[in-house]
Write a protein that binds this ligand. Sequence first.
Ligand code: GMT
Length: 383
Amino acid sequence: MRIGITCYPTYGGSGIVATELGLELAQRGHEVHFISYANPIRLDPDTPGIFYHEVEVSTYPLFQFPPYSLALASRMSEVAQRHALDLLHVHYAIPHSISALLAQQMITERRLPFITTLHGTDITLVGADRSYFPITKFSIERSDGITTISEFMRRRTEDFFGIKKPIEVIHNFVNCSLYKPDEDAQRTGPKRILHISNFRPVKRVLDCIRVFARVRQELEAELVLAGDGPDRGPAENLARELGVDRHVRFLGKQDHMERLIPRMYALHLPSETEAFGLAALEAMACGVPPVATRAGGVPDLITDGLDGFLEPVADVERQAARFIQLLADPALHQHVAAAARNTAVTRFSTELIIPQYERYYEHVCAAAGTSTRQVVSNRVAGF
Ligand code: GMT
């Protein structure tokens, strides 16, 4: 198939999933065209089967806000026509879904179906904002296919937006050949707790510092934070205030998480809300047990006490107690680490999830073909 993919190309779970999906599809013989304002971070545009089309947004004195959605729609329709795309697949509803709808309408010779994948804050935060709610609902309803990454997200989208169309749950995935354990690295050096995020308030990064300070009262450990964003400064200040700054390292944005994660002992994901928790899945594939909050779609991934731990949001004492238990008991750590790897391999590996996307693409294209024929036969019948 020839597939156009649009995502946010910067750091963020939806862009990573979209990029990895495109790369996997290209390996399986599909032709994949990325359409975005920048080359997605994990994408090597030299990869066979991968093409990158930049969206240029011109500025003009009248435009206080350059209309990216329109430039994207123009580029989508142009690329779709020139490369005879079979479908567009957009990641993160706002504004990609509405741009895809416009691109579809700009192509009059045939029907170009588009699929919207809902990733999290496009529904739980941004889409819930009064200014974006109606357009988000409209673009989801007009999508030829809708997927999301957890049962929680499906229910949330149906309940909150009143969406009646079927929403397909296709979980996040991980390449288990790339993300794999390194037990020697885990055994050497201090026991390190890792946090990965874009440091937005929803991630509750300050809880990482509070929990870590509590852990340090009982055990030797280090805290490693990968990523960057608005709460990095406040987190650095809090580490100083709590007197643990010498044991906390802020790495900033990292490109090769598969090299970093296996050297860590446990992962902390204390989010307020989390549609799935891709960072936890990548850690689990590396045999790094996650301690996460029982929030949103995380229970789709982590079975509490088996392959990780789930604790209440903002409960510093309970989250700290889990780390203390995990760091003090090597047998427990080994057991949970093995179960975490097993969950990643048997439920969320690329080999299992990518074919679900391929089947869904075929289903959506077939349905769009049927509806096109239906329109034609309706016209013939005089409707
Ligand atoms: O909100 C973020 O952290 C970024 C966001 C995105 O869309 O870029 O991540 C969401 O998508 C990821 C990939 O599907 C999910 O694994 C994350 O759980 C989800 N984040 C939130 O819901 C907060």
